[in-house]
Design a protein around this ligand. Structure first.
Ligand code: NAD
Ligand code: DAU
Length: 359
């Protein structure tokens, strides 16, 4: 069994679904179910005994240790985090609690569990920490892409909290010998992406006839990776990554935000034309910039490609088309998120009295 934290969120849920589509090895999914955790993402696993869900905070040391001792996973993959930069600017506290304190307590519980394992299981155990390219800071237009050897220069409360968590993971390896792996990935997009982030927000706002808010001049550059490719990279790192190493993950897809928004509008013009016949791009509005907005991210993925033989399956064109198709095909998922119905449904399903349940 593997233990996945944050497996009800965007990337975690995609990872759990992909894992169970390819493997019989069960998953223990440990998620606090914040606003970003959505069990509708995992509806297809209802009744599947290979998926065990526990509504637990990674910062709850006793609960996590009890789960570890009870289920005895061979690996822990830490996806759980507060992930939205804008929210971290308005309210950094939760980011410190989950990303820093939560990761620390998770590491401590894992360390105790790992120390008590028999020699063979102890040697095979892995703690894989899922992190971000934002820890490296912002690039100038001509600077080379982020390499694993670059220094950390986080600029937002979110990226500072993720950088802190990466340092804790590194220290638990260096000091206690915990067999860790860390991945730093670029911007993901794809199915089940919460519509507060750029790509899903633009799709759902466009379809709802709302404005498409582009921060500042829209010339900030992000490096996009289809979420399923991130999942395959994590599987590969878990399988073959060298203990104590970090791996940058990206698909060499740098684009200015405004170009991404125009691409989405053009796809929607084609797949779901506006009633008045004009382009969705007429809904684009330039709004006030994000404070401290990083200008450019770019990942140099040479290490994972050359050392582990990983390559993304999607290009930006194929991935964005799949994503727009998914949102067009799943209006109920979007409605449930926007109305908050997913939260009410989860409260009924996962009430506090039932802490551990099979999904
Ligand atoms: P998300 O916000 O969609 O999901 C986060 C999940 O973690 C949710 O299910 C939430 O309920 C859960 N969670 C939050 N706090 C928790 C806690 N204290 N205990 C247990 N569960 C908790 O995030 P995401 O976009 O899926 O990102 C997953 C991970 O990947 C994060 O660590 C993020 O930093 C990293 N990452 C994200 C991207 C991206 O583009 N989204 C890129 C690189 C790295
Ligand atoms: O780089 C990896 C990171 O990518 C992850 O670590 C984060 O968890 C993830 O949220 C994402 O962070 P960003 O801040 O890059 O993602 P976001 O979708 O919020 O914004 C992408 C870009 O689009 C960014 O330059 C801000 C801009 N933007 C965003 C929103 C929500 C807009 O112009 N308008 C918007 O409404």
């Amino acid at each position: 069994m593997i233990l996945v934290t944050g497996g009800a969120g965007f990337i975690g849920a995609n990872f759990v679904l992909d894992w169970l589509a390819q493997s019989e090895e069960p998953v223990l999914n440990v998620d606090k179910l914040t606003y970003a955790g959505n069990m509708h993402n995992l509806l297809s696993l209802q009744g599947d005994s290979r998926h065990v869900f526990s509504q637990t905070d990674i910062g709850d040391y006793d609960a996590v240790l009890a789960l570890l001792k009870s289920y005895r996973p061979r690996a822990v993959l830490n996806f759980a985090a507060e992930s939205h930069v804008d929210r971290s600017i308005c309210g950094p506290e939760d980011f410190i609690q989950t990303n820093v304190v939560g990761t620390f307590r998770l590491l401590e519980a894992v360390r105790v569990y790992w120390n008590e394992l028999p020699d063979r299981e102890r040697a095979a155990f892995r703690f894989l920490h899922v992190s971000t390219d934002e820890v490296y800071g912002s690039l100038t237009a001509t600077a080379p892409a982020f390499a694993e050897t670059d220094k950390y220069e986080p600029n937002s409360p979110y990226s500072a909290s993720k950088a802190a968590s990466d340092h804790l993971v590194r220290a638990w390896h260096h000091t206690y010998g915990l067999p860790v792996l860390t991945t730093n990935c670029s911007n993901n997009y794809g199915p089940y992406h919460f519509p507060e982030k750029l790509i899903p927000l633009m799709i759902v706002n466009a379809l709802a006839g709302k404005s498409l808010p582009v921060y500042g001049d829209g010339m900030q550059i992000r490096d996009w990776l289809y979420v399923k490719d991130h999942c395959s990279a994590i599987r590969r790192v878990l399988e073959a990554g060298l203990v104590g190493q970090t791996y940058n993950i990206g698909g060499w897809n740098e684009k200015p935000n405004i170009e991404i928004v125009h691409t989405i509008c053009a796809l929607l013009d084609d797949l779901h034309p506006r009633h008045d016949g004009s382009s969705y791009s007429e809904q684009i509005t330039h709004v006030q910039d994000r404070p401290g907005h990083d200008r450019r991210y770019a990942i140099d993925a040479s290490k994972i490609e050359q050392e582990l033989g990983w390559k993304p399956a999607e290009t930006l064109d194929t991935g964005i088309r799949k994503t727009v198709d998914w949102y067009l095909a799943n209006p109920t998922w979007v409605e449930n998120v926007q109305s908050g119905a997913y939260r009410e449904w989860m409260q009924q399903q996962y009430s506090a009295s039932v802490k551990t349940a099979t999904a």
